[in-house]
Design a protein around this ligand. Structure first.
Ligand code: BDR
Ligand code: CA
Length: 313
């Protein structure tokens, strides 16, 4: 099988970093056309810096990294330094990037790639707020039906929210953008908190990263050690949840995940529940299913895949 052509849209973030490393380590499964950055966990200047640090860590300095939207469509930017640290990539001591940003805007890159490739051949992989994608779809509506699929990290149903009682961070930061994306007819696979909160870096899993004895293995161990403190304190969990790597792992081994094809709508009106992913899990409405919403992961299989692939870098 040909590798899947993807664009990673991201706001690194330690878990974004691991998702990118997994993709870059898996050329037989995934061809990364480019990485597009968005404001989210930290402001855009830092996310576009961090994405390049991650490419350099992987030894893949030829990957095109674009800067995109620096704020949500209609709201002030909310960031998550309380989870990811001041730089967004706190933990390991990694050098400032040398590789430059690619010329041009991330949104234009997404549009151009979709126009330049055959319809149905590019999968979009958002790991942050959906601002870049929604802006591309608004600016160039002709590209919408050229997208093969969107596999994204965002939302939560059984787990509720992580930034508010009802909203997950990526959707909360730009609910209007999420609404635009979820209203398209593009096939969607969603990795909500329901599944990502099962992908925990326990002590033995962290030890396995470190035991790779490579700069990548050690950096991943240090990154996950840094951001586990937040979830340990808040949820009493065993370690850091690897939210975003669920997206890239799905592209390689979809059988690790299971869920339901249901209707998912985004709350954009109520301040109380802003950014909630209203998933009709039990099919109590006649709203048409528009997304495959995952709720289970084979966590051991996921970490085996991840450790095995990271060992290549
Ligand atoms: C999501 O928000 C960010 O903090 C993480 O990188 C992940 O994409 C989890 O809610
Ligand atoms: Ca992210």
């Amino acid at each position: 099988m040909q590798p899947k052509k993807i664009i990673i849209d991201t706001d690194p973030g330690q878990d974004d970093a691991v998702a990118i490393l997994l993709a870059l380590a898996s050329p037989e499964d995934i061809e990364v056309l480019g990485i597009t950055c968005v404001a989210g966990n930290v402001p855009l200047d830092l996310t576009s810096r961090n994405a390049r640090i991650v490419c350099e860590l992987a030894g893949k300095t030829d990957v095109k990294v674009y800067a995109g939207c620096d704020r949500p469509l209609g709201r002030a930017l909310v960031t998550a330094e309380h989870v990811h640290g001041k730089s967004g990539l706190d933990g390991p001591d990694l050098p400032e990037p040398v590789m430059p940003l690619a010329d041009g805007h991330a949104v234009d890159f997404i549009i151009e790639q979709l126009r330049d490739h055959a319809p149905g051949t590019i999968t979009l992989c958002p790991l942050g707020p959906l601002t870049n994608l929604a802006t591309a779809f608004q600016k160039a509506p002709d590209v919408v039906n050229r997208v093969a699929k969107i596999v994204l990290m965002g939302g939560g149903y059984f787990e509720g929210g992580n930034i508010t009682p009802t909203a997950e961070f990526n959707i909360y930061v730009d609910p209007q953008a999420a609404d635009i994306v979820f209203k398209t007819d593009i096939p969607k696979v969603v990795m909500p908190l329901d599944v990502t909160h099962q992908a925990l870096v326990t002590k033995p899993r962290n030890d396995a990263f470190r035991a790779l004895r490579t700069p990548v293995g050690i950096a991943v161990a240090e990154m996950t050690e840094f951001f586990e403190r937040f979830d340990k304190e808040k949820y009493g969990s065993e370690g850091a949840p690897l939210h975003d790597p669920c997206v890239t792992a799905y592209l390689i081994k979809p059988e690790l995940f299971s869920g339901r094809h249901v209707n998912v709508e985004i709350e954009t009106q109520s301040e109380l529940t802003m950014g909630m992913t209203v998933a009709d899990w039990w099919g109590v409405t006649d709203r048409a299913p528009n997304a495959t919403f995952m709720n289970k992961i084979d966590a051991d299989g996921f970490f085996a895949l991840l450790t095995d692939r990271l060992a290549r870098l």
